[in-house]
Design a protein around this ligand. Structure first.
Ligand SMILES: CC(C)(COP(=O)(O)OP(=O)(O)OC[C@H]1O[C@@H](n2cnc3c(N)ncnc32)[C@H](O)[C@@H]1OP(=O)(O)O)[C@@H](O)C(=O)NCCC(=O)NCCS
Length: 157
């Protein structure tokens, strides 16, 4: 696996990458997830949640003004495998390495849990992002809301 050295060098200043803590941070976390990933399809913020939020590990990238710029989540499927879901960065904050920092943090969590691999279902616009971060493309999977093709990707830890 690639080291986090490069991503830490490129870390935008004044940014913390960590789990949400306060009630406001949790609300902002779910709001950004819904805004980026679901608002084109549903007005209901619940559409951007599933039934395993409580047992999952969540990461935010938050600036000194306490604005959340990016989010991501990982959960264990079994002792060997975790799945990343709901990666999202504010439109105007993209291409600043924030997504990479969140991804590295989620990967570190899986390594701490002694998982052997991580899988995810990527939208086609995000495939390059995951390839650059060490994931391999496997196969086409589901189509979300009848239009967003997803692709199974996997990294061995
Ligand atoms: C996918 C996503 C999370 C990536 O977040 P991000 O913060 O933009 O990611 P990074 O900045 O770490 O890297 C993204 C790209 O910017 C490039 N980049 C990073 N820093 C850069 C810089 N200083 N200058 C130019 N490009 C840069 C990276 O090389 C990478 O290239 P790519 O477009 O070929 O993949 C974000 O684009 C997003 O939220 N997309 C919409 C929602 C989505 O599709 N989520 C994934 C669901 S599977």
């Amino acid at each position: 696996m690639k080291s986090t050295h490069q991503s830490l060098q490129n870390k935008p200043t004044n940014l913390e990458v960590r789990p949400p803590k306060t009630k406001k941070e949790w609300n902002d976390y779910y709001y950004l997830r819904w805004k980026v990933l679901r608002s084109n399809f549903s007005d209901n913020i619940v559409s951007a949640k599933d039934e395993i939020e409580d047992e999952s590990f969540h990461i935010i990238a938050i600036n000194t003004n306490l604005k959340i710029l990016g989010v991501g989540r990982i959960h264990e499927l079994d002792k060997e495998t975790s799945q990343i879901r709901y990666m999202a960065v504010e439109q105007e904050s993209r291409n600043n390495n924030i997504g990479t920092l969140i991804l590295k943090s989620l990967i570190s969590h899986a390594i701490e849990k002694k998982n052997k691999q991580i899988i995810l279902h990527a939208r086609d616009n995000a495939i390059n992002f995951y390839l650059k971060n060490g994931f391999k493309l496997r196969q086409k999977t589901h189509i979300l809301f009848g239009e967003v093709q997803h692709y199974l990707m996997k990294i061995t830890l």
